[in-house]
Design a protein around this ligand. Structure first.
Ligand code: B1M
Length: 212
């Protein structure tokens, strides 16, 4: 079996030891880290999401898959982040209040760090005012918010409103992302930008700050 297929299959089984092993194997075979992420780990998680949606598997299996995803990401992370790149700016990131999904947000953090940004990661279930407090305290130029639930994405609007109330909107830009989020939604809530995935989050944050 192709190592990417073995990796995706191990992730679907929630077998973290096998995911770690297959990730190392794929690196050893010279596969690009982005390919291992997309064709192995994310491909497997896509199947898990679909099986969960159609009630073929349930929450415990999804939790195991998430744990296995992190086992693979731990191995990949040093390769996705590059050392000694100049600091391009500070970005505060987090998953919005009520939302415990953090795999995508963590990927965004890894990619931003790899591109040279200092990332202040507030974790998951982050209240709107905490995003703003952290950005003001750290002197960050961008707040990046992630949401995976249709019920939590509305919280992003409160971050934009809090920035507005504190007269920080403009100096601190906002970018939103996550499976239910779209460019149209970003416009509706007054966010400065939207990114479809972690790689495009880097491009969009650079564009927001006008850096190369
Ligand atoms: Co949950 N879950 N989950 N889940 N879960 C989804 C999101 C769901 C779509 C599954 C389904 O029904 N098919 C569904 C949401 C339905 C909806 O709202 N429309 C769902 C549900 C219902 C739930 C619970 C309510 C289930 C329950 O309790 N009955 C519950 C909610 C808990 C809560 O948050 N309060 C729940 C719980 C969980 C687990 C804890 C078991 C686990 C999360 C573990 C963790 O994150 N540590 C989990 C998982 C793993 C999933 C699925 C299967 C996979 C999510 C994932 O990690 N994908 C998911 C199904 C799916 O999305 N297909 C599902 C991989 C990740 C890399 O992708 O996060 O989309 P993603 O990130 C992408 C992009 O979206 C983007 O970049 C990343 C890729 O490069 N991106 C950004 C993300 N954030 C960004 C920010 C940016 C820019 C881009 O700028 C700042």
């Amino acid at each position: 079996m192709d190592p990417m297929e073995s990796l995706a299959a191990a992730l679907q089984r929630g077998d973290d030891a096998a995911v770690r092993e297959h990730t190392r194997e794929a690196i050893g075979l010279g596969r690009a880290p982005a390919a291992i992420l997309n064709q192995g780990l994310l491909a497997g998680m896509g199947v898990v999401g679909e099986q969960f949606r159609t009630h073929q598997i349930f929450l415990p299996e999804v939790l195991l898959a998430a744990r296995a995803m992190y086992a693979g990401l731990d191995v990949l992370q040093p390769l996705l982040e590059r050392d000694n790149v100049p600091m391009l700016g500070k970005v505060v990131i987090g998953t919005i209040r009520g939302d415990l999904h953090d795999i995508g947000k963590n990927l965004v953090g890894i990619m931003l760090r790899g591109a040279g940004f200092e990332v202040i990661d507030l974790g998951k279930d982050v209240p709107p005012e905490r995003f703003v407090d952290a950005a003001v305290e750290a002197g960050a130029s961008v707040i990046g918010m992630s949401a995976l639930l249709t019920t939590t994405m509305v919280g992003m609007k409160e971050v934009v409103a809090t920035l507005e109330a504190r007269r920080c909107r403009g100096q601190i830009k906002t970018i939103v992302g996550g499976a239910p989020v779209s460019a149209e939604f970003a416009r509706e809530i007054g966010a400065d930008d939207y990114a479809f995935d972690a790689a495009s989050a880097v491009t969009r944050v650079k564009a927001l700050l006008g850096v190369a």
